[in-house]
Design a protein around this ligand. Structure first.
Ligand SMILES: *Cc1c(COP(=O)(O)O)cnc(C)c1O
Length: 327
């Protein structure tokens, strides 16, 4: 294996560090799915993580590594979604001041959701890019620490703890399906999985609508991809043209990559709801969706595992999706 920037020992250290602050989520066997695909399927339920996604793992590990002065100056992040919630919650738990920068276009309910977790909200500009500029400004002028969504070694190590736990619960994993956006989750889980058993096949799953990592892998370097609306909204956004860590690890450890249509993602959400009694957001259903679509087949009868990575979905949209209405 090539020398990579994140090692099993980093993930083991992250696990010890964050243990008191994050949930040790369960793994369940998906019986209905096993009947459909002819192999056992394990679901790691990080939809049950505090704040409703695995992102609390990486954000908490990153913040616990800050020194006392950095903590006093506070942290900043730019995200309306699961990362923003995770940074706000981790900061609250650790007693670190947090500012989340948002654009004027962010709906009021999302702003209130972040404020309810105790973070300061700074509203600037008319686009995500302008909100990011404000985060960079707070970093350089106020000495705040910008908490990266995926492209940081401590964030990747933190996300990897989900992989460690999964492998503890089902050591016989043969294929691991990971929702893929910026690649922090896939990088961390792949390091954990390949350390446990290098023969485990690790497959990244994105949506057809704007798969920045997969386009970058094809191009051989990080590229920009126009953002499009998708049911898997948590998989949107770029990987950063100056990506330092996640791209290389995903490239080195990913065995295959799969793209899904919106209908396939909807089928995954519907299956999880009607047959496994789980509410999953689109991004979290892509592993199941990949199996249902036939785009990923189990190897022999080998166990397939995936992470149901989050549950933060607008419930009106969710209801339309799982009842088969137009969405
Ligand atoms: C962020 C996120 C992902 C993708 O994680 P990356 O580290 O950006 O690849 C997948 N699922 C959910 C629910 C997320 O919030």
């Amino acid at each position: 294996m090539p020398e990579l920037a994140v090692h099993l020992r980093d993930i083991l250290a992250a696990r010890r560090r964050i243990a008191a602050h994050v949930a040790r989520t369960p793994t369940v066997m998906a019986k209905a799915l096993e009947d459909r695909v002819g192999a056992p399927v394990a679901l790691k339920l990080d939809a049950l993580q505090h704040t409703g996604s695995f992102k609390l793992r990486g954000a908490t590990n990153r913040m616990l590594n800050l020194g006392p002065e950095e903590r006093a100056r506070g942290v900043v992040a730019c995200s309306t979604g699961n990362h923003g919630r995770a940074v706000a919650e981790a900061a609250r738990r650790l007693g670190i001041p947090a500012t989340i920068t948002l654009s004027e276009l962010v709906p009021q309910n999302k702003i209130e959701g972040i404020q309810a977790l105790g973070a300061e909200v700074a509203i600037t500009g008319r686009s995500q890019d302008e909100a990011f500029e404000e985060a960079y400004r707070l970093e350089s002028e106020q000495g705040m620490t910008l908490i990266d969504t995926f492209d940081h070694r401590e964030v990747i190590a933190g996300q990897g703890t989900a992989g460690l736990e999964l492998l503890e619960d089902v050591p016989e994993v043969d294929t691991l399906l990971v929702p893929l956006s910026g690649g922090g989750l896939m990088a961390g889980m792949a390091v954990a999985a390949k350390a446990a058993n290098p023969a485990i096949r690790v497959i990244g799953i994105s949506m057809e609508r704007g798969p920045a990592m997969i386009e970058s892998l094809r191009a051989g370097q990080p590229v920009q991809v126009p953002e499009q609306k998708s049911l898997a909204d948590s998989l949107g956004g770029g990987i950063g043209l100056n990506n330092r860590w996640s791209f290389e690890i995903v490239r080195a450890l990913g065995d295959d990559f799969v793209l899904l249509s919106e209908n396939e993602i909807a089928a995954g959400m519907g299956h999880l709801y009607w047959h496994e009694q789980l509410v999953a957001e689109g991004a979290a259903a892509v592993g199941v969706a990949a199996l249902l679509s036939g785009k990923v087949a189990p190897r022999g009868g080998g166990l397939v595992a995936t992470i149901v990575s989050g549950c933060n979905v607008d419930m009106e949209l969710f209801t339309r999706v799982v009842t088969g209405d137009a969405y």
